[in-house]
Design a protein around this ligand. Structure first.
Ligand code: PLP
Length: 400
């Protein structure tokens, strides 16, 4: 029988992917499931983006591209960063991959070894610790409680840095909390980083256009441009343009790191899909009213869902600034008894109770590194959201 290498046995399957699969299985088995595990827009890819892909196929753009992507895509990425982040990147400072996930993995693979430390503020996107572990690094988890808005403070960062620290991972708006940093908070973080020149920053901005506030979303390198040579900015078309299945993500950062990523990419996949690159270049280079239209819909859903959850005794929910997730606390139901006489000991018990009791699929906060919370996604129809809120209300009321 096959025995996987230790780098495989050290890590786990992404819990969000596993939970989504479980919800799909239950649905296929005929159970009526209100699925709130979805990590992708429920909208279709914009028509003009699809047309750009058809046109690329018709022009015969169906061959390998250069490892760092087509010139048109790189130009569109550089233009988008210049416009929205305010930083002008050079052509050799851009890499592209099969999703931002691949860029993040390659960046760690290109840099981490011998237990190098990677600071990961919790709650975190489920993939970061395993990506670090797979690449023989040491995740250093820093708890960022709700009292500080689920955000890394300058003090907490200062305490976590050691001589072995290689990376800090920042993700805002965050999956799972939707929290994002204001200018003063980023300045304070930047000040700490300027004192520790050996620390680099992975700035995962994949949700930066799913943004609900009036003032523009701020990212570290825009606020502290002195850090430009130490920040890898990653982004992609998945979330902003409803293009998760096209698998295009990209990074911008120091040329030496980008060259290392591209070297690995040359041996790993040669390049991402040429057709998807054409579609992504079109999405980035042309104004997409889709973004503002979809964000307006997400915002209505956010407001509705937060209000409903906050009205349920035992639950409470911070209003997120961006992304399409809520991270409600279930502290008020811990210790209560289900109608079957089972005590809810933790957030996993609570999400299992929601699934078994009322058919709502959500994810336990333990998977994101901060309990007792659970993550729900509002990237689903209002009908599903209303139904799910009714069921959660009913489940909470049945506890004693
Ligand atoms: N980063 C975060 C925080 C995410 O939530 C996701 C997707 O769920 C990604 C990165 C990866 O996006 P993609 O690989 O589709 O570009």
């Amino acid at each position: 029988t096959f025995v996987p290498a230790s780098r495989v046995s050290r890590i786990k399957v992404s819990p969000s992917t596993a939970a989504a699969a479980r919800a799909r299985e239950l649905k296929a088995a005929g159970r009526d499931i209100a699925d709130l595990t979805v990590g992708e827009p429920d909208f279709d890819t914009p028509e003009d983006v699809k047309a750009a892909a058809h046109a690329a196929i018709d022009r015969g753009e169906t061959k390998y591209t250069s490892v760092n992507g087509t010139p048109a895509l790189r130009k569109a990425i550089i233009g988008d960063f210049a416009k929205r982040v305010g930083i002008q990147y050079a052509d050799n400072e851009i890499c592209v991959g099969g999703g931002a996930k691949q860029i993040l993995f390659l960046a760690l693979m290109a840099s981490v070894e011998n237990g190098a430390e990677v600071i990961i503020p919790a709650p975190y996107w489920v993939s970061y610790p395993d990506m670090v572990i797979a690449n023989e690094g040491t995740p250093v988890i820093v708890a960022c409680p709700e009292e500080v808005g689920f955000k890394l403070t300058a003090e907490a960062l200062e305490r976590a840095i050691t001589p072995k620290t290689l990376w800090l991972i920042l993700n805002a708006p965050s999956n799972p909390t939707g929290a994002a940093y204001d200018e003063a908070e980023l300045k304070a973080i930047g000040k700490v980083l300027l004192r520790h020149p050996h620390v680099m920053v992975l700035s995962d901005d994949i949700y930066d256009q799913v943004w609900f506030r009036d003032e523009p979303m701020k990212t570290l390198v825009a606020v502290v441009p002195e850090l430009k040579d130490r920040v890898l900015l990653t982004n992609g078309v998945s979330k902003s343009y409803a293009m998760t299945g096209w698998r295009i993500g990209y990074g911008a950062g120091p040329g030496a790191l980008i060259a290392a990523i591209n070297k690995l990419q040359s041996q790993m996949s040669s390049c991402p899909s040429s057709v998807s690159q054409a579609a992504a270049a079109h999405a980035l280079a042309n104004d997409q009213k889709f973004v503002s239209e979809s964000v307006a819909v997400y915002k209505q859903r956010r407001d509705y869902t937060c209000a409903r959850l906050n009205a349920i005794p035992g639950l409470s929910c911070m209003v997120p600034d961006g992304a399409f997730y809520l991270y409600p606390s279930c502290a008020g139901v811990i210790g209560k008894k289900t109608p079957d006489g089972k005590i809810i000991e933790n957030d996993l018990d609570f999400v299992l109770y929601l699934l078994d009791g009322v058919g709502v699929a959500a994810l336990q906060g333990a998977a994101y590194g901060l309990s007792p919370y659970f993550r729900i996604s509002f990237a689903t129809s209002m009908k599903v959201i209303e139904d799910a809120c009714n069921r959660i209300e009913q489940a909470a009321a049945a506890l004693s």
